[in-house]
Design a protein around this ligand. Structure first.
Ligand SMILES: [Fe+2]
Length: 346
């Protein structure tokens, strides 16, 4: 009896082990990616991944509500890798409890420490430097972010809404560098310099410089890659040709770093194909994938030494603000409140 009893569980364990082996083997060929990124940008990289590894990527392109969706799916969620834009969204995934920490020597060696979560919950994959667009005929070749509040630029500055995540990120970085009071004064100064209401998109800064409404403004660098590489004769091309890029720094920052936001990814807490999720994540920082990022969307690679699009290369090497993004992101709410307080968008 005793033998039989101990034999049965052993058999069951064997059978279970067999099942596990089968499901692992089946899962080894695929990984489920949930992303808010545009298919046109990301699909070519995923196709290369499949070619190089044999692993199929099933992609769910989610416009919004990615966090809510994965939460609703609970521990049955098929999501393996979650890929989004903006540090705020990355941190929301972590705080929403749908990610898990990793330890990857590959990711840690390629991605600088300030551009990944100290606990390994999220990793930046590409950088989106927030730069100055300057009317190209002007003799302005260096700027600090603080300069945008200088009264000498009264009526000459263009920028989109202060509540847009690109600007909340920048304002949060300003708070991290200079404190809340200085940042409030800065916002009031920039507001007083506006050539028009803080609204529209980043490319409208270039449009309005061409139109003579402003001389300079703040916007993301990758749009310049898109505009200057656009078909000659198109509006985008004309806007792009009207401006030059200056990478601002923070006045008190000796490292002379420029503020960046990121696109990034995290492995889902209940990832059924965790090994493949890590494999894909590591692939995304490979030289090949980073090259595709840099040339498809003109984002700046997170990996050093990747060949840049000529337009992006013409801005010079990017020195990134060394403050950890995780630290900057802590000031997002404060930043948003300040925007309201000074009536920046009014
Ligand atoms: Fe954008």
């Amino acid at each position: 009896m005793r033998h039989t009893r101990s034999f049965m569980p052993a058999l069951r364990a064997l059978a279970l082990a067999g099942l596990a082996a089968v499901s692992t083997a089946a899962a080894a060929s695929e990984v489920n990616l949930y992303t808010t990124r545009e298919p046109g940008l990301i699909q070519p990289i995923l196709d290369e991944f499949k070619k190089d590894t044999g692993v199929t990527v099933n992609t769910v392109f989610v416009k919004d509500g990615l966090l809510e969706r994965v939460r609703a799916e609970g521990d049955k969620s098929p999501a393996d890798l979650l890929m989004v834009v903006d540090i705020g969204n990355l941190i929301d995934l972590v705080q929403g409890g749908i990610t898990q920490p990793l330890k990857s020597d590959t990711l840690n060696s390629v991605i600088p420490a300030n551009l990944r979560d100290p606990a390994g919950q999220w990793y930046a994959l590409s950088l989106r430097d927030r730069v100055a667009y300057v009317a190209k005929e002007l003799d302005i070749n260096t700027l600090t972010y603080e300069d945008f509040a200088d009264p000498k630029y009264k009526g000459k500055v263009c920028i989109r809404s202060g509540q847009h995540p690109y600007n909340t990120g920048l304002i949060a970085a300003m708070i991290a560098h200079n404190g809340e009071e200085a940042t409030e004064n800065w916002l009031r100064g920039v507001k007083a310099n506006l050539g028009r209401k803080a609204a529209g998109g980043d490319r409208d800064v270039a449009r309005d410089i061409l139109g003579g409404i402003c001389d300079l403004g703040i916007a993301n660098a990758y749009y310049v890659g898109r505009m200057k590489n656009a078909e000659p004769g198109t509006d985008n091309h004309k806007w792009g040709e009207a401006i030059k890029v200056v990478r601002p720094t923070f006045a008190n920052d000796k490292s002379k770093g420029t503020h960046v936001n990121v696109s990034g990814a995290a492995v889902a807490k209940h990832a059924p194909n965790k090994a493949q999720a890590v494999q894909l994540l590591e692939y995304l920082v490979s030289d090949k994938a980073q090259n595709m990022y840099a040339n498809a969307n003109y984002e700046y690679p997170v990996r050093a030494g990747v060949k840049l699009d000529p337009v992006v290369a013409s801005f010079g090497p990017l020195v990134v603000d060394p403050l950890p993004l995780a630290e900057i992101a802590k000031h997002r709410q404060q930043a948003s409140k300040l925007v309201d307080k000074v009536g920046f968008d009014q």
